[in-house]
Design a protein around this ligand. Sequence first.
Ligand code: ADP
Ligand code: MG
Length: 284
Amino acid sequence: MNSGGVGNLGRTIDGVYASFAASVMNNSAPLTVPHEARMPTSSTALEARDVRKAYGPTVALDGVSLTVERGSCTALVGESGSGKTTLLRCFNAMVVPDEGVVRVAGEDVRGTDSVGLRRSVGYVQQEGGLLPHWTILRNVSLVPWLANDPDAPDRARRALDLAGLPPDEFGGRWPRELSGGQRQRAAFARALAGEPDVVLLDEPFGALDAITRVDVQRTFASLRAKLGFTVLLVTHDLREAFDLSDQVAVMRAGRAEQIGDPDALRADADTAYVAELLDKAGIS
Ligand code: ADP
Ligand code: MG
């Protein structure tokens, strides 16, 4: 460990983000990454090939393959425990697969320096994951700050603005002083502050009431249109998946049961499981 800061983080935040922060901090690679070095080199933004991951006897991913084209949005749907979060985290190297290959912009993530990866791949974890004892501005500065970027506060202010939270009004507040929708906007801002090419979203709208949800979804859609980043979105709401995505992957027991665009899935469910899932969500 190269800094006492991670120890402090470990005491104040949940384990997931601590491990994220620690893995960035522990990286010995150069701490500033020129933007050109992060530009996508492939029309495929994300690719998983035959990925397997087990936790003891639990097989979380059982040979998953998925391709996400640059600039598109793919939704991962499926019941709880089907491996959605585990697959998502393979793309920012928070999960290291036992087998298979994971590529971001054509590069195997195993050979990619983690600071560059965390900047080019934004992440909104389930429940937002804001650090409760950090102000909103400091939370949103996290990724560029970890990369020793002197412009981190300015980037954070810009990202807050983009996410619909004027920084002068919200930057100095604590997470608990925000509504659920505002916290989720701050989580988006944090994911955007590194100017990522890809954004990974784990049930970002899940905890919001219906009206706030639509509001935050709209902001998200307009940010996507404006900034052009690639999205991988985990949701258990099939309607949301069908509305927001170009491609839907139905996960079941660590496998991708069917992957296709919403129209293809509607027209032709490959399995009885997929047909039943669509039917239950009232999609036909
Ligand atoms: P989902 O996001 O679809 O609900 P997850 O990817 O979180 O599913 O989990 C898939 C399976 O892997 C579940 O059975 C879960 O309990 C298990 N799992 C995920 N992460 C871990 C972990 N760090 N340690 C042990 N088991 C895990
Ligand atoms: Mg999950």
